[in-house]
Design a protein around this ligand. Structure first.
Ligand code: SAM
Ligand code: SF4
Length: 329
């Protein structure tokens, strides 16, 4: 296996997040407008053979972990065949997927069989009525059934991601965390990022406050980092089966250890979630560029990966160019 490429700040870049669709079957308030968004035409979206070719090229240059995301990846037709093709790319060590869980009951076993070993499910609340408000669809029970199906299928670990918002779901921090006493889940709390301009400031809760609330539930001890070297800091309640993760993209700087690249569903490479710099890969792919030319574009973009984001700057906060469903969370 080739060593992972390094950027100009000596970070090893070995993780690729692939958005395979901009479509979604939910409309989370912090991510999408209620009316949805103008969809990309299907001709603009990378075809499966193009995605697999990009993964093969990236892996040949030292990327070893891939996460499939969206939009909602499980709404894309034949997603299992894509997972299977990606998982067979020689040299890939880990294939994972992020989903809202709505379709997970139907897909859990198939995903595992297709080589997806780890799944993240977004779950901001345990209350069905509240779920209907946040996600704008009354589908809590379906999502919970999906989480249970993933657990029963043997996907391990199942990670649950909760975006915490003051006055919206912060009163559930403790109950979400207590799930780790009953299940071996990794329950991860994520700071709200300012992708939609609405009332971000008034509902934002910093990670430090989330942690303070967690410490009141039971003693928390630091736990080992995640296999993906992702941005979460991990903790565990004494005697718990699962772990607690804290992800603080806004108040804390995880940039010094950032190991990731993103490719949007229309084939744009982004080396920083919060930078609008993009490298078009779809053009070269469709114009018959050889693998080496695409690999060179990838490595050139890695070389220009920004040192850190400017999220704490109030000016920048108002102008993040693409929302998460579009970039691939
Ligand atoms: N649809 C899938 C899902 O919801 O898990 C995958 C794509 S979604 C964009 C990936 C992650 O981004 C989700 O965990 C979601 O909660 C998170 N996300 C979206 N908008 C966010 C925001 N403004 N701040 C923090 N996290 C956000
Ligand atoms: Fe869809 Fe995920 Fe965005 Fe919610 S967070 S609207 S489930 S893409």
């Amino acid at each position: 296996m080739p060593a992972p490429p390094t950027d100009s700040f000596h970070r090893k870049i070995d993780y690729l997040r692939l958005s395979i669709t901009d479509r979604c079957n939910l409309r989370c308030t912090y991510c999408m407008p209620e009316s949805g968004v103008a969809r990309l035409d299907h001709t603009e979206i990378l075809r499966y053979e193009e995605i697999v070719r990009l993964v093969r090229i990236a892996v040949s240059k030292g990327i070893s972990k891939v996460r499939i995301t969206g939009g909602e990846p499980l709404v894309r037709k034949d997603v299992l065949s894509l997972c299977e093709s990606i998982s067979r790319v020689p040299g890939l060590s880990s294939l994972s997927l992020t989903t809202n869980g709505v379709l997970l009951s139907d897909f859990a076993v198939g995903l595992l069989q297709a080589g997806v070993r780890r799944i993240n499910v977004s779950l901001d609340t345990l209350k069905p009525e509240r779920f209907a408000k946040i996600a704008r669809k009354d589908l809590f029970n379906q999502v919970w059934a999906g989480i249970m199906a993933a657990e029963e299928a043997g996907i391990s670990p199942v990670k649950l991601n909760a975006v915490i918002m003051c006055g919206v779901n912060d009163d559930e921090i403790e109950d979400l965390a207590r799930l780790t006493f009953r299940f071996p889940f990794h329950v991860r709390f994520i700071e709200l990022m300012p992708f939609r301009q609405s009332d971000h400031e008034s509902v934002f809760m910093p990670a430090s406050e989330i942690l303070e609330r967690l410490r009141r539930v039971a003693p928390l001890e630091a736990s080992s980092a995640d296999e993906s070297n992702g941005p979460a800091l991990y903790y565990r309640f004494q005697g718990a089966l699962g772990k607690i993760g804290i992800i603080s993209p806004v108040s804390g700087h995880f940039c010094p250890s950032c190991n990731r690249l993103r490719i949007t569903s229309d084939g744009k490479l982004r080396t920083c979630l919060f930078s609008s710099d993009e490298t078009d890969l779809r053009g070269p792919l469709r114009q018959g560029a050889p693998d080496e030319e695409i690999a060179a574009a990838l490595l050139a973009a890695i070389n220009k990966k920004p040192e850190k984001h400017q999220l704490s700057s109030p000016v920048f906060r108002k102008c993040i160019s693409r929302p998460m469903f579009s970039i691939g969370g």
